[in-house]
Design a protein around this ligand. Structure first.
Ligand code: G
Ligand code: G
Ligand code: MN
Ligand code: NA
Length: 254
């Protein structure tokens, strides 16, 4: 309960900061998108990682308020990068099931896009299979509404859920993000390599892009290139960094 109280205060005082982890497109070796990852800048405890407060935020519903702050901040930053001529950098924001259950995601996104003036094409939303499956018909409808605006949609942690592949073709998503657990031992475990290859081929036949998460080594990268993976994200490129550091990184490739 103490944590919940301080989490409420943190929302009120806006103690959250957004870090960005670059993703690199393999066709041109350029950073063309970044994932927004929230941290809590606690006045006495320092920087708290999402693993320590997102679960409680989900449980208590506070994630909706935090998610809105993250969306707003991320779109504001992305608009700044766009205006600064740093390239068309897409910002990817994680959405939680609770935000979806409230049923007003589209209105919130519209308000944030219009107040930040970010072109919708430069916003991507990351969702999970389990989120969509919670209320499939209604959520697919909502995703189609979002997509009509030009917003990109990505399926996060792909391969860890248990929805059937027959559902996948009904999900209106542009991108699959292969979960880190398949990439970790890609160079040592033939099963992981086979699964990764199968996901990439399947995504491409469904006209979807593929992002591999948790890419840490040159060996991982070489294998993913040979499998025609589109984009990679992971410590090999960069860990999540503060906005100022991301801007420096983008300047070096401008
Ligand atoms: O940055 P880190 O690897 O510690 O992030 C851990 C997890 O926390 C991420 O995989 C992501 O699912 C979750 N997370 C980070 N930021 C957000 C956010 O803004 N909203 C939601 N819903 N989840 C987030
Ligand atoms: O949304 P998602 O749950 O996928 O968030 C990605 C999380 O994974 C981030 O919190 C980030 O810190 C972490 N991460 C990103 N790249 C790597 C990596 O290469 N290796 C490991 N072990 N963790 C990573
Ligand atoms: Mn994510
Ligand atoms: Na993920």
């Amino acid at each position: 309960l103490a944590l919940e109280t301080s989490l409420r205060k943190a929302i009120f005082k806006n103690e959250f900061v957004v870090y960005y982890q670059p993703k690199m497109e393999l066709a041109n070796n350029r950073i063309t998108s970044v994932e927004a990852l929230v941290r809590w800048q606690h006045p006495t405890m320092g920087l708290i990682p999402p693993s320590e407060f997102i679960p409680l935020a989900e449980e208590t519903g506070l994630i909706s308020a935090i998610g809105e702050l993250v969306l707003e901040r991320s779109c504001r930053h992305a608009h700044k990068w766009y205006k600064q001529g740093l390239g068309d950098i897409t910002v990817s924001v994680n959405l939680s099931a609770h935000q979806f259950r409230k049923g007003n995601v589209a209105e919130i996104v519209d308000r944030v896009l219009s107040s930040t003036e970010l072109p919708p094409q430069l916003l991507e939303l990351e969702l999970t299979e389990s989120l969509i499956m919670e209320d499939m018909e209604q959520n697919i409808e909502m995703l189609q509404q979002l997509r009509k605006r030009g917003i990109e949609l990505a399926l996060d942690d792909f391969g860890t859920g248990y929805s059937s592949l027959s559902y996948l073709k009904r999900f209106p998503v542009d991108t699959l993000k292969i979960d880190r657990s398949f990439i970790m031992d890609l160079d040592k475990n033939p099963d992981d390599a086979a699964i990764t290859r199968a996901i990439i081929d399947m995504a491409h036949s469904l006209q979807m892009n593929v992002v591999a998460e948790g890419v840490e080594t040159e060996e991982h990268l070489a294998i993913l290139r040979s499998m025609a993976c589109d984009t990679i994200q992971g410590f090999l490129i960069s860990k999540p960094v503060p906005e100022e550091e991301l801007v420096q990184l983008l300047h070096t490739q401008a």
